[in-house]
Design a protein around this ligand. Structure first.
Ligand code: GLA
Length: 402
């Protein structure tokens, strides 16, 4: 537990970091400071781009942006975490292969402009404590914080849902990662103390209160996600192929979300090997999300945990997006008394696991899981106790002063 606390305080970023950085670089106070959180997905993996259900939580790790408008159309952004700056014009927004971190901000600016918002240029300092490349959606936090900073400075109307959609577009069509809507949505709409049940087709959502007696623990394998872009796109194609085949027998099916477990069982033989596996995961995972929400509402953490475990097995066996490090971490967690459930979280191929742990077992979890993981892999993991936090927000003067 001590090491968990230490780890967290070592890297924790605050509003004051970007504010101070801004003053040093631009010689004046920023007009606004905003933050957007990273996220951890409790259950519903690889369901969002199948029009299905997800249950993520916005976490108490953020990307912070301090910004002021400029009188011209130049955008100047300094990233404290990379100690690098970029300058570009809103009249000519292009990808930057030398500083790929800036493509998220460029993509957001590009699509805000494309939607007709009259953006001012801006000076900005950005920093974050969402670990990069670990499946906690630092990229969505960058996009959403940046879009919101522009919204605050320019004062235009954009709903939280539309903000999330715009940021997803920036990631899909500017950065080139064909992600679903989950990450940007929860970064924009998450709520303290709650998970967010999102219907990724209708974009309707419900806040689901989290039980006070259980804690969300994220364990970082420290294996940075490899392969993820190409494999992610392959999985998407396999799901689409499954839909095309199932449509011959179930013409009303538009996405895997429309296939019930019973229908899948009836027709699964029409699907070939990998496509059948991928579809099986998605169909059952959607079902698991709905069951897990019912379990949370009923206060039945044992059932919720069992569904998390089943999700992991399905991601490992059928969807094939786990990796040895994730499996080792999850299996170590399963052995600790007081752990309701544990699974990989996010796209997979490295990154983090998420576990739901009884409050009194957290200490044990930290010691035992870290030791087992290190023994098996030789890698020291990072373990974070996470709180469910609000989605994107602007900081008031008072908060900035502390
Ligand atoms: C990544 C994507 C999300 C989602 C998950 C898998 O995080 O950005 O849209 O598809 O993978 O559930």
């Amino acid at each position: 537990m001590e090491s968990m606390k230490r780890e967290k305080s070592n890297v924790k970023r605050e509003a004051s970091d970007v504010r101070q950085g801004f003053v040093e670089i631009f010689g004046e106070e920023p007009v606004a400071v905003v933050r957007a959180p990273g996220r951890v997905n409790l259950i519903g993996e690889h369901t969002d781009y199948n029009d299905g259900y997800v249950l993520p939580v916005a976490i108490d790790r953020n990307v912070w942006v301090a910004a002021s408008p400029r009188w011209d159309r130049q955008v100047v952004i300094h990233a404290l975490d990379f100690n690098e700056s970029v300058i570009f014009s809103l009249d000519h927004i292009e990808r930057d292969e030398a500083r790929p971190w800036s493509n998220y901000q460029r993509g957001v600016a590009y699509f805000l402009e494309e939607q007709g918002f009259d953006l001012p240029g801006l000076n900005a300092v950005i920093a974050g404590d969402v670990p990069i490349g670990s499946g906690l959606s630092s990229s969505a936090a960058v996009e959403v914080s940046m879009a919101y900073a522009w919204q605050v400075l320019a004062g235009f109307e954009l709903s939280r849902v539309d903000l999330a959609l715009l940021c997803q577009r920036a990631e899909n069509d500017f950065v080139g990662m064909k992600c679903g809507i989950m990450d940007q949505f929860v970064a924009a709409l998450g709520r303290r103390g709650h998970a967010l049940l999102i219907d990724c087709r209708s974009l309707e959502y419900q806040l689901i209160p989290l039980p006070a007696e259980a804690v969300i623990v994220v364990a970082d394998t420290m294996k940075r996600r490899g392969l993820v872009d190409s494999e992610y796109n392959t999985r998407r194609r396999e799901c689409e192929e499954g839909v095309r085949i199932l449509q011959q027998y179930l013409p009303e099916v538009r996405a895997l979300r429309d296939v019930s477990v019973n229908q899948f069982v009836e027709h699964e033989e029409k699907l070939r090997g990998k496509v059948r596996q991928r579809c099986r995961h998605v169909v059952y995972e959607n079902e698991r999300v709905l069951e897990s929400v019912a379990a949370l509402r009923a206060g039945n953490l044992a059932v919720f945990g069992r569904l998390m475990n089943e999700s992991h097995i399905s991601l490992r066996e059928d969807y094939e997006v786990s990796c040895p490090e994730l499996d080792i971490m999850v299996e170590a967690a399963w052995k600790v008394e007081g752990v309701y459930g544990s699974r990989m979280t996010g796209a997979g191929f490295g990154g983090c696991t998420v576990s739901l742990v009884a409050e009194e077992a957290i200490e044990d979890f930290g010691v035992k899981v870290a030791a087992a993981y290190q023994k098996a892999t030789g890698i020291v993991p990072k373990i974070y106790v996470c709180r469910a936090e609000d989605g994107v927000s602007k900081l008031s003067g008072q908060l900035l002063a502390c």
